[in-house]
Design a protein around this ligand. Sequence first.
Ligand SMILES: NC(=O)C1=CN([C@@H]2O[C@H](COP(=O)(O)OP(=O)(O)OC[C@H]3O[C@@H](n4cnc5c(N)ncnc54)[C@H](O)[C@@H]3O)[C@@H](O)[C@H]2O)C=CC1
Ligand SMILES: O=C(CO)COP(=O)(O)O
Length: 324
Amino acid sequence: MTIGVIGGGAWGTALAQVAAESGEVLLWAREPEVVDGINRARENIVFLPAVPLSPVIRATGTLADLTGCGMLLVVPPAQHLRAVLAGLPPIESPLILCSKGLEAGTRKLMSEVAAEVQPRAPIAVLSGPTFAHEVAARLPAAVTLACGDEAVGRAVAEAIAQPFFRPYLSTDVVGAEIGGAVKNVLAIACGIVEGRGLGQNARAALISRGFAEMTRFGLAKGARAETLAGLSGLGDLVLTCSSTSSRNFSLGKGIGEGRAAAELLADRKSVAEGAYTAPVLQQAAREIGVDMPVVDAVCALLGGEAAVDDVIGGLLSRPIRAEN
Ligand SMILES: NC(=O)C1=CN([C@@H]2O[C@H](COP(=O)(O)OP(=O)(O)OC[C@H]3O[C@@H](n4cnc5c(N)ncnc54)[C@H](O)[C@@H]3O)[C@@H](O)[C@H]2O)C=CC1
Ligand SMILES: O=C(CO)COP(=O)(O)O
C-alpha cells in the first residue's frame, strides 16, 4: 500500500519519513521547489533542511495523484485544510488529520471540516508531543491516534507504527483535536512568560492553569478528561510550553521581549498555529460560556491591544477563587 501525505511542511515531511520505513510514500507539496528538492536531492530544503530523506518518498505537485493511496496523512496548516481537501476527488480511504487548530469563521474542528468536504472518507486524528526534527531523526515519540471506528484506527496505527514512533489508540477524536489546538495558544503564553523573564515558577503555574482552561473547554465540547490528560493534551502542552523548538513558544517569547506580534508573524515562513487559533478559540469559548483568561490574554497581546505587563497584571489580580 502506498501512503499519501498531503503537505510538505516540516511535519508532513517528517511523517513521510516515518511512513517510508514500511513502504512507498507519495507526498504532495504546494511549492514546486519542495517537490523538486525531494525528488532530485532527497531533501526538503525549505521546511526541513539537512534531513536526508528516504528514497521511497516521491513528491508531486498534483493532488489528484494521491487518489489511489491506501490512506492519506493530511498535514496542511489548519486554515488551509478545507481548500486542500476540496482539491481532491471524492476519497474513500482513511484521512488521518495531523494539523492542530480550529477553522477561522466556522470555528470548526479539523474533523468537522474534513467530514463536510470528504463525507465518504473515514476520519482519524494523529496528535501528540512531536517536534518534526526529532521524529525525522528517528528519536522516540508517542502519539494519540483517535478514530471513531476502532478497526480503522487500529489498521492505521499498525500501518504507521515504528519502534521509534508509537501510536496509542483512542476513539475520542474531539478530545485529541482540542488538546492540540488549545496547547498552541498556551505555548504562546508560556513564551511570553519566558521572554519577559518571569521565571520558571510562573511558567509552571501557567501550564497548570492553562491545562485547567483546556479541560474546561474540552469537557464542554464533549472531549474525555483522560484524552486531555494524555499525549495529545497535557503531553503536547508540556513539550511546547518548555522549548524554543516550538514556533508558538518562540512567537510568544518575541512578544514577551517587546516585539509586535504582527511584525513577528510577518517574518515567518513556518506556521505558528496558535496565532490563528487564539481568536477562534476565544469566540468558541465565549459562545458556550467557558472562561479562558489565559487565552483572552494571548488574544489581547496578539491583537496589539495591550502591553505585556498590563495583561500579566490583569491575570494576577483576578479575584481569589477555588483551584478546581
Ligand atoms: N512542525 C511540527 O513539529 C509539527 C507540526 N504540526 C502541525 O502540522 C501542521 C503543518 O505544520 P508544519 O508541517 O510544521 O508546517 P511548516 O510551518 O513547516 O510549513 C508551512 C506549511 O504551510 C503550507 N502552506 C502555506 N500556505 C498554504 C496554502 N495557501 N495552502 C496550503 N498549504 C499552505 C506550506 O506548503 C507548508 O507545508 C500544523 O497544523 C502544525 O500545527 C503537528 C505536529 C508537529
Ligand atoms: O505541535 C508541535 C509539537 O507537538 C509543534 O509545535 P509548534 O507548532 O509550536 O512548533
